[in-house]
Design a binder for this molecule. Structure first.
Ligand SMILES: [Zn+2]
Ligand SMILES: [Zn+2]
Length: 373
């Protein structure tokens, strides 16, 4: 066994021979490690930090400008953003092991946060530490999306309307919910072009202005999937873009069916009033006289010829006097308090002491008891 010797290429001092495994480590190329400790530490730079960091932040939505685009970072406040940006910008020497660090932000003024960063680690068996201070300058701006929203930019309008009535609160609230959900789902995927510009009530319904045609179409389709009805779209030429291409705005006109679940309607046939259960596709429901199922024909679709008598919510609770037979019961007329014989539908509970009834132009009818629904 011969004792081999190596020398520092800079100062010529003898250095311990590197072991074979060290010499073959691709992360530790030979030339650097052959320096003696004192030459090595002379050049050693633990932390690489910029003199300052400028961050452009959207003052409306908190997005941060990185590279060439705005990015949603989900930061709670500017200190969070500053910490994130500093973490991105700082580098530590690759040779250092067991690196630990902490940041102590110091708010200097509204737009400046001084970041005191303290690093520790171990290199060549020697503990090292370094403190750097990086000022972060926050520039408050308006991102492209917020600029567009503020400028009332939109590419399509979804109009929520209904046939022979105005949409219910449930329907318009659901439309807003659907719009916000679709936009949120798209934002989740990093799509910054998805937004609702404005939602406004009109005398006959609701208008939702949105940023893209694709979202408009999705909202309209989802509405008729849930409530039935139809959608028509119409393009309007609004302008030409800078390349001379025509820019269209698309209006999606949603027309909800005339009747909604819970409506009690009179078809003016001999079957008695129908309690509407669904208006998707053909109108479906049950007869208030028998409880039998009713479905409109294909030609009638969701708007058969009918009069609206009321809704389940218009029903009042009244006393059951006696059950006459399979087809008839006596109940108290809620207005005159006289016993009256009415049709007994199959949903009538013979043990019930009171039942909901609807008094309308079509007479007195027992409705289903849906208080537990
Ligand atoms: Zn040396
Ligand atoms: Zn913004």
């Amino acid at each position: 066994m011969s004792e081999s010797r190596a020398f520092c290429p800079r100062c010529g001092d003898a250095v311990p021979e590197r072991s074979a495994s060290d010499a073959n480590d691709p992360l530790r190329p030979g030339a650097e490690v052959e320096l003696c400790d004192s030459c090595y530490f002379e050049d050693f730079d633990f932390v690489d930090a910029p003199d300052r960091i400028d961050v452009r932040v959207c003052s409306r939505c908190g997005a941060v400008h990185r590279g060439k685009r705005w990015v949603d970072v989900g930061a709670e406040d500017y200190t969070d953003i500053a910490i994130e940006e500093v973490s991105e910008a700082l580098g530590v020497h690759v040779d250092v092991e067991d690196v630990a660090w902490q940041i102590d932000p110091e708010q200097v003024d509204q737009n400046t946060i001084r970041m005191h960063c303290y690093f520790t680690g171990v290199v060549r068996g020697t503990p090292v530490d370094e403190q750097v201070t990086v000022p972060v300058k926050i520039a408050r701006q308006t991102c492209t999306r917020c600029g567009r929203i503020a400028g009332d930019y939109y590419a399509s309008i979804v109009q929520i309307r209904a046939e022979d009535r105005t949409p219910t609160t449930e329907e318009t609230e659901r439309a807003e919910e659907i719009a916000n959900r679709i936009v949120a789902d798209m934002e989740e995927t990093g799509d910054r072009n998805a937004f609702v510009t404005e939602t406004s009530e009109t005398p006959d319904g609701l208008n939702i202005k949105i940023s893209t045609n694709k979202i408009g179409k999705k909202i309209a389709n989802k509405m008729i999937e849930e409530f039935g009805g139809t959608v028509n779209d119409a393009e309007t030429l609004v302008t030409e873009d800078e390349d001379g291409n025509e820019v269209y705005r698309v209006t999606f006109a949603v027309r909800l069916p005339p009747y909604t679940p819970g409506d009690v309607i009179d078809l003016e046939d001999d079957g008695g009033p129908v309690i509407v259960r669904s208006a998707r596709g053909n109108l479906k429901g049950v007869r208030a006289t028998t409880g039998e199922r009713y479905e409109a024909s294909y030609e009638e679709g969701n708007s058969p010829e009918a009069r609206r008598l009321g809704t389940l919510e218009d029903a009042v609770e009244t006393t059951v006097v006696t059950v006459e037979d399979d087809n008839a019961v006596q109940v108290l007329d809620p207005e005159t308090y006289q016993a009256k014989t009415v049709a007994r539908p199959d949903y009538f509970d013979p043990d019930a002491e009171t039942v909901p009834v609807l008094k309308s132009r079509a007479g007195l009818h027992v409705l289903p008891d849906e208080r537990d629904d």
